[in-house]
Design a protein around this ligand. Structure first.
Ligand code: B12
Length: 213
């Protein structure tokens, strides 16, 4: 097995020492931080599948979160993600929808947007439709990004888009969805403008929506 395969496996096995050692070796040999994040995401998928098969329990999900936090610490210490405050291209409101407390993907999206020169207004998790609306109005942001990991969040996603429509803000504010629970069908159902399961697409969409391309 090569290093990337071993990293995915170690994450799936919740082997923290191995994950950190392999991520460190990959960084030292010039791997991009985003590549390491994507490998961890594949590992998370294994953790999720094992949880579904009841091979892991809630504690397994919590441990995977913990391991990933330490990987992010490693990437941060390596100064891979230098934020450049000199250029602010626009504002983006981010959050996880009502009922959803997963925030690992949202944090990655936030980091990439900030690295790309956007200001992020992070509303956190379990965000009500009305709070997304307030966040966009108060900050004047033209883009809202919602990260959804659980199917229970579909209805709140739809209600969030509807709230912008009711206030006549649907033309001014673009809404993008991401996270493991979204798909083209979910995007259509919610009435959002775009969706992806790739964090870097959040930057691509935001550039497009803000006319910065
Ligand atoms: C870690 C984890 C947890 C942790 C979360 C910690 C945290 N701080 O986020 C904890 C332990 C809290 C947790 C809790 C629960 N979890 Co959980 N969890 C996971 C797990 C293993 C990984 C999630 C993750 O972070 N993935 C890695 C990130 C990087 O991926 P991502 O979020 O998809 O983000 C990427 C892209 O989607 C994209 N992206 C993300 N956001 C956005 C936004 C935009 C705009 C764009 C463009 C892109 C984008 O960029 C990211 C990088 O590429 C998943 C399994 C899985 N396969 O995902 C289950 C999973 C999501 N959890 C699940 C469940 C069931 C639960 C619980 C209900 C368990 C319970 N019995 O209590 C609770 C739910 C609590 C709630 N109300 O939300 C299910 C959901 C099933 C479903 N269909 O609804 C999953 C799928 C596991 C499974 N296979 O059963 N969980």
């Amino acid at each position: 097995m090569d290093l990337p395969e071993r990293l995915v496996k170690a994450m799936g096995d919740l082997d923290e020492d191995q994950v950190l050692e392999l991520a460190g070796s990959m960084l030292a040999s010039g791997a991009e931080p985003l590549e390491i994040i994507e490998l961890c995401r594949e590992g998370f998928k294994i953790v999720g599948d094992r949880y579904e098969r009841r091979e892991y329990f809630l504690s397994g999900l919590i441990i995977s979160d913990d391991i990933f936090g330490n990987v992010m610490g490693l990437l941060d210490r390596s100064q891979c993600f230098k934020l450049d405050d000199s250029q602010k291209l626009g504002k983006v409101v981010l959050g996880a929808p009502l009922g959803d407390v997963h925030d690992i993907g949202k944090e990655i999206v936030s980091m990439l947007l900030r690295c790309s020169g956007f200001e992020v207004v992070d509303l956190g998790v379990n965000v009500r439709p009305s709070e997304f609306l307030e966040g966009a109005v108060d900050s004047g942001a033209g883009v809202v990004g919602i990260s959804a990991l659980i199917t229970m969040a579909y209805e709140p996603l739809r209600e969030t888009v509807a709230a912008f429509e009711r206030e006549g803000l649907r033309q001014r504010v673009k809404i993008m969805l991401g996270g493991g629970a979204v798909s083209q069908r979910v995007c259509d159902y919610a009435g959002a403008d775009a969706w992806s399961r790739d964090a870097s697409d959040a930057v691509k969409f935001t550039r497009q929506f803000s006319g910065k391309e």
